[in-house]
Write a protein that binds this ligand. Structure first.
Ligand code: SF4
Ligand code: SF4
Length: 717
């Protein structure tokens, strides 16, 4: 059971005369349908997961329209899907998170960009750069430049973003070039409204099929000598055509302002933050009208030299607001102006930081510097006061705390089945000694944070096993690779398992089989549990049951001989499995499958089920763990082995105990790990398991009454 997007799906059906209200990413989804897209694919990943999730759950409506939707196994397969637009007048769109997804898709992207396209091909990129990012800090613009792709970076306003999607298809067709449209986190979640248009059924689809395959054309194949012609066409025909289109359709926007001697060139996606920063200085009004003229680049690649030259001509100084490094756009602007002999002084990375997200405050500091250097007559007092107050607030908070705020890294959800695996691994290392752990992308990468601090490297999604191949031969002991089931299907089966088998690698792999691609929003995968089977016990720890065996069958099928499936929550059994894998004489690949359903998914399913039982007056049991405050010694070893957010500290009621004691707060979902750890690590006997029974039967009431009476007898009068 995935998150339901039924409300969003209804929004997609709106037509002319109706208004759309909502988030940027959903507006983009609607824009695809208004643009007559024929097929959509992709691989989920924040901040663009919603696009595919909503479309996958709208299959019935899309079938009516004739739009094909494919949940691709990775970004490479999504990019390859765009191959449909090479020969045929089919508009296609795919989506993924960048930069990581673009890295995975790079091969297909190059081979798509080389011959070019007939139907518009659009890649919606979730540009995961900056404060909320979860991936390496690089930018997609490098790919657009090297492959000669069009890159759009629309100003975050819903009607404008929708227009840009429609223009992107036209531009892609006019220039025979695939286009990328990048959306930063803030643009995906910006809210607003726009006047809808009717959705357009694609000209060719399963309802109106193509009459016949295209005639063979070697020029559409990325092989020499065609590739030499492709390269010439890229700079000789396609990029000039793209530039012409950008000018004719006025895709970049100039916002005039009275201070003609100055200017700001901003990447479209950063426009809102720039305006907010200018407002702090009193240099823009409440409606966004700026005193300094602004050129908003909705099209980052290719730049149009005439537009840049016209904007900068006659100005004393221009500030380029481009997030991240290297400063590709700024460098290109400098080269363009030098060739045109335009004398405006160009500022950018000399006033704004080279790396990191350009928040309003960061841009504000750059503006303050720009004004001080180039226009001291501008009223900057309000902005300087605002920045000074921000600094003072920060200083006051730090002083009041007597130390910087503690870091609050993300971590496993309460009751997550992956936490016990790392608790077991910590214990197993007491037996087998420290091991090199090749980590991977997924929820399990939270193990790199305290209290586990496990994982030496992360080389990419599904790359855990492959990334230990160079370490294993040089290491005196076996290495451990970690992989989730999402990563296994994305990439790990081929790059890791197949390669280790082929090369007779002596390594240990643990696959965390939680049933979903959880870290990207719990999308289903080929080995997801059948939700019809998956109600089971009300006990949260019972999430170990009824998982599909597709992974086991696949591994056995390609020749894995040492394979164990272990209940994730059984810490003792998991510790034993690690011990066995690291000490067995078996020389090949050893795989432990840690089986336990993602607790987030399980709670999504169990909560309404429980609510239904309660409403019907039926017996409902909630398991909860607790700590006996008299027995807890306050050594906190349970916390060091768990890290569960609901296992925390409180002051000891015993004045003789100085240290705070452990306590379990209300969020406990009763996964059982506390009890498991206490047994497996022989901790103090402080933990107890309780059952909160609602609508109890007489079979519950009678023993409870007897217990109460007996305890009453033992109490002093
Ligand atoms: S989403 Fe699922 S797998 Fe990920 S941390 Fe939460 S419970 Fe664990
Ligand atoms: S407090 Fe213990 S039993 Fe409760 S959810 Fe956390 S780890 Fe599981």
């Amino acid at each position: 059971m995935e998150v339901s997007f039924s409300r969003e799906a209804r929004m997609l059906r709106r037509g002319a005369g109706e208004t759309f209200h909502g988030e940027g990413i959903l507006a983009i989804t609607k824009a695809l349908l208004q643009a007559g897209v024929s097929y959509v694919g992709g691989y989920q990943g924040a901040p663009v997961s919603h696009l595919l999730d909503v479309l996958v759950q709208s299959r019935e409506y899309l079938n009516e329209l004739g739009v094909h939707v494919e949940a691709c196994s990775n970004e490479a397969s999504a990019a390859a899907m765009l191959g449909a637009s090479i020969h045929y007048p089919l508009r296609g769109a795919v989506t993924w998170k960048s930069i990581v997804g673009t890295n995975v898709a790079a091969d297909a992207l190059s081979n798509l960009a080389s011959p070019g396209v007939t139907g518009g091909a659009l890649i919606i990129i979730g540009e995961d750069y900056g404060e909320g990012a979860s991936v390496v800090q690089e930018r997609t613009v490098a790919y657009a430049l090297k492959s000669s792709l069009v890159l759009l970076d629309p100003r975050p306003e819903l009607a404008h973003m929708v227009r840009m999607v429609e223009e992107a298809f036209l531009l892609s067709e006019a220039a025979s070039t695939p286009a990328m449209l990048q959306l930063r986190i803030r643009a995906c979640h910006v809210r607003g409204s726009f006047a809808c248009k009717d959705n357009v059924a694609p000209a060719f689809s399963r309802h109106h099929v193509l009459p016949q395959p295209a005639v063979f054309d070697f020029d559409r194949i990325p092989h020499p000598p065609a590739t030499y012609r492709h390269e010439k066409r890229k700079y000789g025909e396609r990029m000039p055509a793209a530039r012409r289109f950008v000018v004719e359709h006025k895709l970049n926007e100039v916002f005039a302002g009275p201070r003609d001697d100055l200017g700001i060139i901003v990447l479209g996606g950063l426009y809102n933050s720039l305006i907010r920063a200018l407002q702090q200085f009193g240099l823009a009004d409440a409606f966004g009208a700026s005193q300094v003229p602004i050129l908003a680049l909705n099209i980052v690649c290719p730049l149009v030299p005439e537009e840049i030259g016209d904007f900068c001509a006659g100005k004393r100084a221009v500030l380029v607001v481009e997030e991240g490094q290297p400063e590709f756009v700024e460098q290109e602007i400098l080269a363009i102006l030098r060739r045109q002999d335009v004398a405006a002084r160009i500022h950018g990375k000399n006033m704004l930081p080279m790396a990191g997200e350009y928040t309003i405050e960061v841009i504000g500091r750059g503006i303050a510097d720009f004004i001080a250097r180039e226009a001291p007559d501008l009223p900057a007092e309000a902005g300087r006061t605002w920045l000074g107050e921000t600094d003072a607030r920060r200083k006051a908070v730090t002083a009041a705390l007597d130390a910087p705020l503690p870091a609050r890294p993300p971590q496993f959800c309460t009751g997550c089945p992956e936490r016990p695996v790392f608790a077991a691994l910590k214990l197993a290392q007491q037996d087998i000694g420290p091991v090199h752990v090749a980590g991977d992308i997924g929820c399990h990468s939270f193990a790199t944070f305290e209290p586990f601090s496990i994982g030496h490297t992360i080389l990419g999604y599904g790359m855990g096993l492959a990334s230990r191949a160079g370490v294993s031969p040089a290491m005196g002991s076996r290495t451990l690779a970690v992989m989730g089931d999402g990563g296994f299907w994305h990439n790990g089966l081929l790059t890791g398992v197949q390669s280790a088998l082929f090369n007779a690698g002596d390594a240990v792999l643990v696959i965390l089989k939680n049933g979903y691609t959880s870290a990207t929003g719990t999308q289903e995968i080929i080995s997801s549990p059948d939700s019809a089977q998956a109600t089971g016990s009300q006990d949260a720890g019972a999430s170990r049951v009824h998982q599909s065996k597709v992974i086991e069958t696949t591994l056995a099928g390609i020749g894995v001989k040492w394979l164990r499936t272990v209940d994730s929550y059984d810490v003792k059994a998991m510790r034993r499995a690690f011990d066995d894998a690291f000490t067995t004489d078996f020389p090949g690949l050893k795989i432990i499958i840690a089986e336990g359903e993602c607790q987030l998914e399980r709670q999504r399913r169990v909560k309404p089920w429980r609510a239904g039982l309660l409403k019907a007056g039926k017996r409902v049991v909630r398991v909860k763990y607790g700590v006996d405050e008299d027995t807890c010694s306050g050594d906190h070893s349970c916390i060091r082995l768990s890290g569960c957010p609901t296992l925390t500290l409180k002051a000891s009621p015993d004045s003789l105990k100085v240290d705070p004691i452990a306590t379990v707060i209300d969020g406990c979902v009763g996964c059982g790990l506390c009890g498991e750890n206490a047994h497996a690590a022989a901790l103090c006997p402080s933990f107890y398991r309780g059952e909160v029974i609602r609508n109890p039967h007489w079979r519950d009431r009678l023993p409870a009454a007897i217990r109460r009476a007996f305890i009453g007898l033992l109490q002093p009068a």
